[in-house]
Design a protein around this ligand. Sequence first.
Ligand code: KIV
Ligand code: ZN
Length: 516
Amino acid sequence: MSNQDKLIIFDTTLRDGEQSPGASMTKDEKLRIAKALEKMRVDVIEAGFPIASQGDFQAVQAIARVIKNSTVCGLARALEKDIDRAGEAIKEANSGRIHTFIATSPIHMEKKLRMSPDEVVKQAVWAVRHARKYTDDIEFSAEDAGRSDIDFLCRIFEQVIEAGATTINVPDTVGYNLPQQFGETLRTLIERIPNSDKAIFSVHCHNDLGLASANSLAAVLNSARQVECTINGLGERAGNASLEEVVMAVRTRRDLFDCDSELDTTQIVNCSRLVASITGFPVQPNKAIVGANAFAHEAGIHQDGVLKNRETYEIMRAEDVGWVQNRMVLGKHSGRNAFRVRLEELGISFESEKEVNEAFRRFKDLADKKHEIFDDDLQALVTDAGFISENERVKLVSMKVCSETGETPDATVVLTVDAEEQSGRSIGGGPVDATFKAIEEIVQSGAELQLYSVNAITSGTDAQGEVTVRLQRDGRIVNGQGADTDIVIASAKAYVNAFNKLEHEIQRSHPQQDDV
Ligand code: KIV
Ligand code: ZN
C-alpha cells in the first residue's frame, strides 16, 4: 500500500483508554493487550504516559522490549522531564515514537497554561527538537485543536513540521466538533500548511456527543491518514473513537474511502473481549461490531431475510470481525501442551514455566467442574483475580456461605493478609452481601462499593460467572474481576482483586495536568 492508500491505526487503549476512571491496568495486563494489538496488526500502540509513575514507565518499557511489529509510542507533555522519560522508555523498541503535545485553544492557553500563543509555539518547537534526540518518529498534538483558531493551528503545525515532527495530530479533546465541521478543519489545514506534505495528518476524537467515530471518518474523507482510537471506545469521560467502528466503516465502505487499514479484522472480537475482561468495562449488547447483539436477529422478518440471503440485513460478515461459534476447545483430558498452544493462539503467552503450571492447574480444576471449556473460559482463567498473585497483599483461601429460604445468609471467609491467615464472618441481605461484609471485617478497606455486576461467560447453567466489583476510596476508583462456576466465589475473588488494586495503586500524574 502507498502512503496515500494506507490508513494508519494508532491504538491508545493503554493510554487514553486507561484514563477511564477504574480502568487502570497492571504491567502484565498491558503486555497482554499490547500483544493482542500487535497480532491484529495495529500500526502504532500508545503504551502509556511514562512520566506518570514508575509503574507507567515500566509498562511502556516492557512493551517496547517485547513488541516487534508495531511502533511503540510514549506520551509526553512538551516538557523536558516528560520527553526524557518517554525517550528512555521507548529506547529499546524496534520502532519507537514520542508523542508530545501542548494545548492550543484560547481557553487552555489562557486559563490552564497561562502562556501566550507565541510562548506556546516556542515551547512546541523546542519540544519536537528535543524529542528528535531520541527518535526520528515524532508526533505532535495540539491539545483541544477542536476549539483552536485555525490560523494559529496552521502556524504552530508548520513550525513543528519544520522542527521535525512527522505526524501532526488534531485532537477534538472535548468532543465538541460535528463531522462536517471537523472534516473541513482537516481539509483546510492540509491545504493551507505549506509543508503539510512532510507529515501524516492524524485525528484523535472524543465521544462526548457520541460523534467520535463519525468525526474521525469525516477527517479520513478529508485526507487524514492516521486515526487514534481505542478498543471498545474506552477512554477519558465518554471515551475515544472506537477502533472497531472506524476500521470496519472504512473497510465496509471502500466505495467511499480512498484508503484502508492493514488490520487483521478477524482479531477484533478477541481484542474486545480481552480489554473488557481486563478492565471490567463490559461491552453493551447493542454496541456496533463487538456487542453480543451486533449480528443477532430478533425480529422474525429479519431472521427470514437473513436465512434467504444474508445481505438482506447484514452489511458485514460476523466471521470477518472474529465472531465464531463458541467452540469447545479443550476438555478434562486435554494435556498441558494442547492447553498452552490454544492459549498462545488466543494471544496469551507466559513468562515462566511456573505461570504455565499455575494456569494449567486452574484449568484442570475448572475442567472438573465444567464439562466443556470454551475460549472465553480460557480468557477468564488467566484474567481471573490472583492468577499470578505473588505481589498481592490479600489472597482468598477458602469460604463457606449458607443460604436457605427463610434464613439470613451467613458467610465465613478465610483470607491471607500479608501471608497471615485471618478469618471473618458476617450475615447479610444475600450471600454476596454477607461475603463482602465478611471480607471487610478482615481488610477494613473503608472503600465504597460503586458497582457490582455478573456476566455469564458462556451459556449453560454450568457456565462460569465473571464478576466485576468497583470500589472507590479517597477519590480513587478501581475495578476488580473474578471468575468461577460459583458466582459467590467469583464475587469474593473480584472483591479481593479490587481491594489489592486499591492498595497497590500509587499516585500518578495525568497528562492533561498543567505544569508547563
Ligand atoms: O484528548 C487529547 O487531546 C489527548 C492528547 C494528549 C492527544 O489525549
Ligand atoms: Zn484524548
